[in-house]
Design a protein around this ligand. Structure first.
Ligand code: PHE
Ligand code: ZN
Length: 860
């Protein structure tokens, strides 16, 4: 990397209004595997005097260019590897450009690609420039008409955004299908798909009585696996009407599932493209988690139709405007469809692991980044999930109806526009007549604040004094921080339960005092629902944690108290390695009680009985004590298994399982039962039980629970079960991905043998992101024992995969490298190994911008 010129980032501060607009565009695609012809006819209007017309374009072959039907001479434009520039363009004109592209060679899966015999586009963020010359920025909104010409037999379905306007048979076995999308949209929402599919059709009648046709396209033969997704789509459409009064706007809503896809799914107007992992499901292949993800992602993409498509982003620095808001909306939807408490717990786990890690590492950025080299690197947990937490805080501050009013104002005011995060906050302010100036800092300030609460109870005056401070540490490029507006939703709860009240405390200064009068006895302060994305510091003692775990009214807070207890215990062990870990009787008593009488929310009960995972614990240390965490967890788990063996067994037996159904109750029951099984695998009678569980299972959740329990407990039977599993599903890619991930989590050093062998598996392909992530993503993110080996073997394995992937698919390579960027958080030995791998990667020639940006930020 040294000696190379630094590559150019773009800055939010440099935003300029577009020089030209393109209100209309007509596109013709003549599809062919390695030479697709794209003809574009654009109506162009000058907006700024004198500026040249700059069109983006990469990996395109220019065939023809004309203004007002007159072909341009070569000296009338400038062509570089990234742009086409016309210096003196008229004020208003038609621009015709024909290019050819090579979809078959496109393994980056950005732009138009051909994979598995399906032509598919992916334009967000900046993929449209790989299809044709165009000002590829989200503030250019155009009305699209698209014609697709292709061989009819090979590609019976030719799809694009909007409504189908004509279908013609041409000579030589081709057909020509035309689409018109009446809603002006940015080019990142353009989509085209051509291929052979099974089509599931359904319909939805909107609240105002319009009938919308729903079509789901899946690989031929997979029709029955699309039923759940279609039903989820209808639930999402209904929910958005009842919660926000938002209706769908086109006559048709299409969803296509493809196996080659870089992300989860894409909200292209009227034509969503989904990773098949988030569509295909039936009771035999899908886990409870799969069903959950499908519903939530189907919801997410649907909700984008308003928050993202009708109102879009002015520039890519505003990405959280659509993503934070839409994640928030999908979370609210999921909470209404299942256990709200569990949803909250899962969302918080993600923030406390991946997001806190990002915020404290070299890629730290505010939810509205200020500087970007490769936009694809900013589809992050910060922009998405911390972004959603910021929106959630607004709802907490304004109340649900105030928030809804603000959202309605935002959508109405900006319908059909490309706007900023600031515009969103202004709408919230105007609709609620409040000033959110300080709140805006959440958009510009990176890093995780620490909030410390000190309490003093004055029994003579029955008064509680809280002294609350917020602390901010510097992040890359942001040394100084200001106090944020932080809503703390708390319950004051005393052990005699005479005090039981809820408050919303608004922090706005670095240190503040709050006084509560008429507090009859000393309460604990219970933090509810993780009401702000901060680390909370509070010196709880065991009795207080137990009080919260038993009696807090908020399920999330009960779980959180248990997490705090286990984290503290492991920290003591990390600081004092000779300490023997003993579990307090009162705690065992409480766990026993939950096992004997599970709460009505069984999924919550299962969470109350679970230890924090490695990543959650690791995030609590500046320098991560890998061995102490792993050994601590293992030792605690074994003790819990032994001490409560009879109760795990009893609860396992008592938690019934009928035939499989995906619903809130049964998901909870399975979670609890499988939690018991996971502990029981560690006691002598466990092996038998795990095998029984495996052979009795009629669903993927239980099957994988048996396999994972056997693997983690290193049971002798694991090998046999895993082999049986792989044979049974060897023709199913979705399940084979699960098998890859399972084997990649082997906690023994056998894992390297598995990784090598499985990368030669007949279903494995380096070109398919799902396969690569299933195998190597699982290894690096879900196998801390082997990934963080002190000898560095795990790191070098990942680095080799990254090096191999970068020329094939830089986006996937750049996502995979993330765990290596955190080298500063590890001890000397691990740190040296990680650094050596990063330096070697940095020296690779032709490194993508994606990898270059991340590695160069991380290296010292
Ligand atoms: N916009 C998509 C979503 O959040 C994510 C995505 C980004 C997909 C970039 C593909 C490429 O739903
Ligand atoms: Zn999204």
């Amino acid at each position: 990397m040294s000696g190379e010129p630094t590559r150019n980032s773009r800055r939010l501060a440099d935003y300029r209004k577009p020089g030209f607009l393109i209100p209309q565009i007509e596109l013709t695609f003549e599809l062919a595997a390695d030479a697709t012809r794209v003809t574009a006819l654009m109506q162009v209007k000058r907006q700024q005097p004198t500026v040249p017309l700059v069109l983006d374009g990469q990996q395109l072959e220019l065939q023809y260019i004309a203004i007002n039907n007159i072909e341009l001479r070569a000296d009338q434009y400038q062509l570089t590897s990234e742009q086409l520039i016309i210096s003196d363009a008229p004020a208003e004109f038609s621009l015709q450009i024909t290019t050819t592209i090579n979809p078959a060679a496109n393994t980056a899966l950005e732009g138009l690609y051909l994979a598995d015999n399906v032509f598919c586009t992916q334009c967000e963020a900046e993929g449209f420039r790989r299809i044709m010359f165009f000002p590829d920025r989200p503030d250019i909104l155009s009305v699209y008409t698209t014609h697709i010409i292709a061989d009819q037999q090979q590609y019976p379905y030719l799809l694009a955004n909007g409504n189908n306007i004509s279908t013609e048979k041409l000579a030589n076995g081709k057909s020509r299908v035309s689409w018109h999308d009446p809603f002006a949209k940015p080019c990142y929402l353009f989509a085209l798909v051509a291929g052979n599919f099974d089509c599931l059709s359904d319909s939805f009648t909107t609240a105002s009585g319009r009938k919308v046709s729903l079509q789901l396209f899946v690989e031929p033969g997979q029709q029955s696996k699309g039923q759940f997704a279609i039903a989820a789509l209808k639930r999402a459409m209904r929910w958005d009407e009842s919660r926000y009064n938002l209706e769908y706007d086109l006559d048709v809503y299409m969803v296509v599932a493809v196996d080659f896809f870089n992300m989860g799914a894409m909200e292209n107007k009227g034509l969503n493209v989904f990773n098949s992992k988030y569509v295909l499901a039936d009771d035999s292949i899908a886990t409870d988690k799969d069903y959950f993800n499908i519903e939530s992602i189907i919801g997410h993409e649907y909700f984008h139709n308003w928050t993202g498509n009708r109102v879009t982003c002015r520039d890519w620095f505003q990405l959280s405007l659509k993503e934070g808001l839409t994640v928030f909306r999908d979370q609210e939807f999921s909470a209404d469809m299942g256990s709200a408490t569990l949803n909250r717990i899962d969302a918080v786990k993600l923030i406390r692991t991946a997001q806190f890690a990002e915020d404290s590492g070299p890629m730290a950025h505010p939810i509205r980044p200020e500087q970007v080299l490769e936009m694809n690197n900013f589809y992050t947990v910060t922009v998405y999930d911390k972004g959603a937490e910021v929106i959630r805080m607004l709802q907490t501050i304004l109340g649900q109806s105030g928030f809804n009013r603000g959202l309605a104002c935002y959508l109405q005011r900006h319908d059909g526009q490309a706007v900023t995060c600031d515009d969103f906050i202004s709408a919230m302010e105007d609709a609620n007549e409040v000033n959110l100036q300080q709140f805006r800092l959440w958009y510009s300030q990176a890093g995780t604040p620490t909030v410390a609460i000190h309490q003093r109870y004055d029994s003579d005056n029955a008064t509680l004094h809280l002294s609350i401070s917020q602390r901010h540490t510097a992040t890359v490029g942001q040394p100084d921080k200001q106090a944020l507006l932080i809503p703390l939703q708390v319950q004051l709860l005393s052990s005699d339960r005479k005090v039981n009240q809820q408050h919303l405390i608004m922090l706005s200064q670095l240190t503040e005092q709050f006084t509560f009068a008429d507090i009859a006895s000393e309460p604990v302060v219970v933090w509810e629902n993780f009401s702000a994305p901060v680390k909370l510091q509070q010196d709880y003692k065991l009795p207080q944690l137990l009080l919260i775990a038993k009696h807090a009214s908020n399920g999330f807070a009960r779980w959180d108290a248990m997490q705090v207890f286990w984290s503290d215990l492991i920290r003591q062990k990390a600081e004092q390695p000779t300490l023997s870990l003993t579990l307090p009787d009162d705690l065992i008593k409480l766990m026993r009680q939950w096992l004997q009488q599970p709460l009505s929310d069984k999924a919550l009960t299962a969470e109350l009985l679970s230890l924090p995972d490695f990543d959650t614990l690791a995030e609590q240390y500046q320098h991560i004590p890998v061995e102490a965490i792993l050994c601590g967890l293992q030792s605690i788990k074994q003790q819990l298994a032994d001490v409560l063996a009879a109760e795990w067994q009893q609860c396992y037996q008592a938690t019934t399982s009928g035939p499989y159904h995906y619903n809130e109750n049964e998901v909870g029951a399975r979670a609890l039962r499988n939690r018991c099984l996971n502990y029981l695998a560690l006691v002598p009678q466990g092996s038998q039980l795990v095998q029984q569980h495996y052979s009795d299972s009629d669903n993927m959740t239980d099957t994988l629970a048996a396999l994972t329990s056997a693997q983690q407990a290193k049971l002798a039977s694991f090998g046999e079960l895993a082999t049986d599993f792989s044979h049974k599903w060897q023709n199913n890619v979705q399940v084979t991905d699960k098998y890859f991930s399972l084997m990649a989590c082997d906690p023994t050093d056998e894992v390297f043998t598995h990784l090598t062998a499985l990368s030669q598996h007949s279903l494995f392909s380096w070109k398919n992101p799902n396969r690569v992530r299933a195998l190597f993503g699982a290894f690096s993110m879900r196998n801390p024992q082997q990934f963080h080996r002190a000898d560095g073997k795990g790191y070098s394995c990942l680095a080799q995969v990254v090096a191999r992937m970068d020329p094939i698919n830089p986006q996937v390579a750049a996502r995979l490298i993330t765990p290596l960027l955190a080298w500063q958080r590890f001890n000397d030995q691990r740190r040296d190994h990680m650094l050596a791998e990063l330096k070697q990667l940095a020296a690779t020639s032709n490194l993508s911008n994606d990898l270059y940006e991340k590695i160069s930020k991380s290296l010292p």
